[in-house]
Design a binder for this molecule. Sequence first.
Ligand SMILES: NC(=O)c1ccc[n+]([C@@H]2O[C@H](COP(=O)([O-])OP(=O)(O)OC[C@H]3O[C@@H](n4cnc5c(N)ncnc54)[C@H](O)[C@@H]3O)[C@@H](O)[C@H]2O)c1
Length: 405
Amino acid sequence: MTVSTDRPINVAIVGMGNCASSLVQGIHYYGGAAQTDAAGLLHEEIGGYRPSDIRIAAAFDIDQRKVGKDVAEAIFAKPNCTTVFHDSIPQTGVTVKMGRILDGHSDHMKDYADERTFMPLNAPEPNKDDIVRELRTAGVDILMNYLPVGSQKATEFYADCALEAGVAFVNNIPVFIASNPVWAERFEKAGLPIIGDDIKAQLGATIVHRVLTDLFAKRGVAMDRTYQLNTGGNTDFLNMKNQDRLASKKASKTEAVQSVAARRIADENIHVGPSDYIAWQNDNKVCFLRMEGRLFGDVPMNLEMRLSVEDSPNSAGVAIDTIRCAKLALDRGHAGMVEGPSAFFCKHPPVQHTDDEARLMTETFISGAPLRAVPDEDTAGIQGTEPQGKDRDDGKTAPVRAVAG
Ligand SMILES: NC(=O)c1ccc[n+]([C@@H]2O[C@H](COP(=O)([O-])OP(=O)(O)OC[C@H]3O[C@@H](n4cnc5c(N)ncnc54)[C@H](O)[C@@H]3O)[C@@H](O)[C@H]2O)c1
C-alpha cells in the first residue's frame, strides 16, 4: 500500500470481506497525517511497529466483484457492507488475485440476492505453486486467513502455501490450525510463527462473556446456566445459516466461555453461538447474553445484557495487533505457536488463559523481556491458575508461569 515506512510488514490477505475492509481502512486511518491520537487502538506501537507499517502486499478472493480489482476498490465492493470510517484509500498497485475455492463457498449462498451473497468468478483456479509463487514474489511476511466459517479444506490449502512459501500464518477463523498440534508442529519445524485460532474481537460478545464468567468465578457465584445469542446481517452470518459449517465455530465460542468458568457447565446448560441472519442489520452484530447463578446461601440471581457492535472494525482492532506480534515473532526467529498473543487475541488458542493472564503474557512477549518461572506463591492470587503441570486438556485455563524477568 502507499504507506511509507522503513520497516514494512508485508501482509497477504485471503478473503477480502468485511474484516479485511476494516483492517485496510484502519491502516490508513491510523497512518493518516490528520490522526493525532491513538483512540481505538490496543497498542499504538508494538516492538517499534506502527499500524502504518503494515502493507497489503498480496490479496486473494473468489468473488467476481473483487478479483482483478485494486485492493483499494475491492474492499468496498459488494457484498461487503461494513461501516466506511475511512474512504480515502489510495490505489495500492496490488490487484486481488483469484483464489482456490474448495469449500470456501457454500451452496446455500446461491439462494440469496447478488448484493447480499458471494458470486464466485468462473475462471481457472490457482494451484499451490501459483499461490506460493505469488507470496514469494510479493515478499510476503504474514498470511492473514479471513475465509468464511466452515472453510476447512481451503484453510488447510492456504496454510500449506504459507508453509511452502516460508510465511507466518495468522488464522482468524474457527478452523483449528494453531490449536491443532499436528499443524502447530509443522509450523514449528518450518521455523515459522503461527497465531490463532478464531480472532477475539476488541470488545465483542466473547470477551464480555468471558470477563463476566471470570467475575462470577472470582466472586464465588456458582454459574448454572448461560446463553449468548448473536444476530447480524453480513455474509459471515449468512454463511453461518448452514448449520453443517458451524461445528467448529460453536466449539470455539463455547470453549472460550467454558475455559474461564469456575466449574465446567453441563453441555445442556450452555448455549453460545450465531443465532440468526437479519439482513437489515448488515455488519451490526447484536448479542443477547443471559447468565444464571447462585449467590451466598444458594440464593438465585441472573444477569441480562445486550451488546451492539459493528462486527468488522471490532475484529480489525485486534488484527492490527496480531499482525505486528506475528512480525515480531518472525524477527526473533520464533517457531510454532505464539502462546500469549494467541490466547489474548483468539477465541480458540492452543492454550487457554484468562484474559488478564493472556494480556500479561502478551505484554511480556512484546517487551521481549526474558521469561522466568513464577514461584507458586506468586501465582496463588491469580484467578484461574492451578497447580503447575495440570493437564491442559481438562478444559481449564493453564497457569501463567512466565512473567517478565
Ligand atoms: N468480525 C469478527 O469479529 C470476527 C471474529 C472472529 C472470526 N471472524 C471470522 O473471520 C472471517 C472473515 O469474516 P468477514 O466478516 O470478513 O467475512 P466475509 O464473508 O465478509 O468475507 C469472506 C471473504 O472470503 C472470500 N472467499 C470465499 N472463499 C474464498 C476462497 N476459497 N479463497 C479466497 N477468498 C474466498 C469471499 O468472497 C469474501 O470476500 C469469517 O470466518 C469470520 O467468522 C470474524
